[in-house]
Design a protein around this ligand. Structure first.
Ligand code: NDP
Ligand code: BG6
Length: 483
């Protein structure tokens, strides 16, 4: 049965891009599905001097494409209030507290508060300490703080950011968003691995040859050049999304399916990753940057993007070979790649199984069994098997069994906000996971800076530099997806 949640959302960065494109539509979907009903209100805050009426109109516009009717959209937008607020200014928190208490009573919210920090991470510490000092943390209901990536720029920076927040809130109250954890097919990884004896029994080094994780994007850095210059693909995509997927693929079976038990095995999987250093970085990692192509003269290279240094050596592509020290995974590489301006948007995992030594392999047409988990834009599964071709001859050829997931799955932010309302933390990133992933990433950055590891240019609308394929080819493997 759908549970109607009671909560006051205080969104810092209420005038920003994320709030407009993701948060307001997600809240509306929860409203339409009755997870939020009458007992909720939203305070949007930012420095801009907006009125409540203007803010309501912004929210109304943000849901224009998905609203069921004008009436319904207006009723939803009526739950939104705006307060102009510089997060550095103490007095503003006092007004915010008064408004919060008023709305708490008006909507019978029972003191439940979700603070959504949709602002630069450099403001997280300041906001947290003010929330505590100015008594915005409710004593009656729950206090939960949702924070957005990037969680710092390296382990040291992330640790100090975290320590700032921990002065006001506990780890239990912090919900770090990695929107990949809100994706249907990522959440499905647990079910696929552990609810199917067929897969569970062969999910190990005896049967799996290699795993491949692809997070390819056809878009460039768009309007985010300034941010991307401080991040690059390694921090933007590998530190969070890719390593989260790696931990789901390599983790042992948890003792139970509660968030603590799952977190424990995920952290262990990250701790087991073989570390990269300046002597092995070039053979295990390839970095690239997109450049112009004669075939697409209208598209600029990375160094000509808005707010990007013309001499930038920031990587827009990373491919790598990840190995685990865990004996269960000895000899099974996990190949990863992610990049901007690749041929197509495609997010997928391909599990390549070992071939068996038998007479059928004499026939050149047989191929490895491959289990593919399609995360986006198409969602589904596919299994490649070798099958006898129809006819009088005994010939074997590969066929695909495919399953396509329906399009009506809940959207990432909708799912994650509902998890935060329910206090369900499995799909949020715990500090222990974050610390381990930064250790792995910091070592790569350090190795790149100490070694001669080159930055390879790749033309827009290709699948990255050729060196990325060589990572696999030298071990007799090849990318399963290579459109
Ligand atoms: P924007 O720059 O669009 O929004 C930033 C918000 O912060 C604005 O509402 C701005 O409003 C407010 N703000 C800035 N300084 C202050 C201040 N001193 N006091 C009060 N408010 C302030 O950024 P995004 O919405 O894109 O991103 C927000 C966060 O989400 C960032 O951490 C980003 O990394 C993360 N994120 C964003 C994604 C996206 O798709 N946009 C995806 C993943 C993460 P004003 O100027 O009116 O004060
Ligand atoms: C974000 C990155 O975390 O993920 C973006 O900051 C990237 O650079 C985006 O475009 C990709 O997400 P998705 O859901 O489109 O694969």
């Amino acid at each position: 049965m759908t549970q109607n949640h009671k909560a006051l959302f205080i969104i810092f960065g209420g005038t920003g891009d994320l709030a407009y494109r993701k948060l307001y539509p997600a809240l509306y979907r929860l409203y339409k599905k009755n997870y939020l009903n009458e007992n909720f209100a939203v305070i949007g805050t930012a420095r801009r001097k907006w009125t409540d009426a203007y803010y309501e109109q912004v929210v109304y516009d943000a849901i224009a494409d998905i609203k069921e009717s004008d009436e319904d959209a207006k009723q939803f937008a009526n739950h939104f209030y705006y307060q102009s607020h510089n997060v550095k200014d103490t007095d503003n928190y006092i007004s915010l507290l008064n408004l919060a208490e008023h709305l708490d009573e008006k909507y019978a919210i029972e003191g439940n508060r979700i603070f959504y920090l949709s602002v630069s991470p450099s403001l997280f510490g300041e906001i947290s300490s003010h929330l505590k000092a100015e008594n915005l943390l409710s004593e009656d209901g729950f206090n939960r703080m949702i924070i957005e990536k990037p969680f710092g720029t390296d382990l040291e920076n992330s640790e100090s950011l975290n320590n700032e927040i921990l002065k006001a809130l506990t780890e239990e109250q912090i919900y770090r968003i990695d929107h990949y954890l809100g994706k249907e097919m990522i959440q499905n990884l647990l079910a696929l691995r552990f609810a199917n004896p067929l897969l569970k029994n062969i999910w190990n080094k005896n049967f799996i040859s290699n795993m491949q994780i692809t997070l390819a994007e056809d878009i460039g850095v768009e309007e985010r050049g300034a941010y991307y210059e401080t991040s690059g693909a390694l921090r933007d995509m590998v530190q969070n999304h890719v390593l989260q997927i790696v931990s789901f693929l390599l983790m042992d079976e948890p003792n139970s399916y509660d968030s603590e038990a799952i977190r424990e095995v995920k952290v262990k999987a990250l701790q087991d990753l073989k570390s990269i250093n300046s002597t092995n970085v070039t053979e295990n990692y390839v970095r690239g940057q997109y450049t112009t192509s004669d075939r697409y003269p209208e598209q600029v290279g990375y160094t000509d993007e808005h707010e990007v240094d013309p001499n930038s050596i920031v990587e827009t592509f990373v491919a790598g070979k990840i190995e685990s020290k865990n004996e269960n995974w000895s000899g099974v590489p996990v190949y990863i790649r992610t990049g901007k301006r690749m041929k197509a948007k495609n997010t997928r995992i391909d599990i390549v199984f070992k071939e068996s030594e038998n007479a059928f392999l004499v026939d050149n047409e047989t191929q490895s069994n491959v289990f593919s988990i399609l995360i986006g834009p198409e969602q589904g599964l596919s299994l490649q098997l070798n099958n006898k071709s129809i006819g009088h001859e005994f010939e074997v050829e590969p066929v695909q069994l495919s399953y396509k997931q329906e399009d009506d799955a809940p959207e990432d932010y909708e799912r994650l906000i509902l998890s935060a309302l329910s206090g369900e933390k499995t799909n949020f990133v715990h500090w222990d996971e974050l610390a381990e992933s930064w250790k792995y990433i910091d070592a790569i950055r350090q190795a790149w800076s100490e070694s001669e590891s080159p930055l390879h240019l790749y033309e827009v609308h290709t699948n990255g530099p050729e060196e990325a394929s060589r990572l696999l080819e030298k071990e007799g493997h090849y990318w399963i997806w290579d459109e």
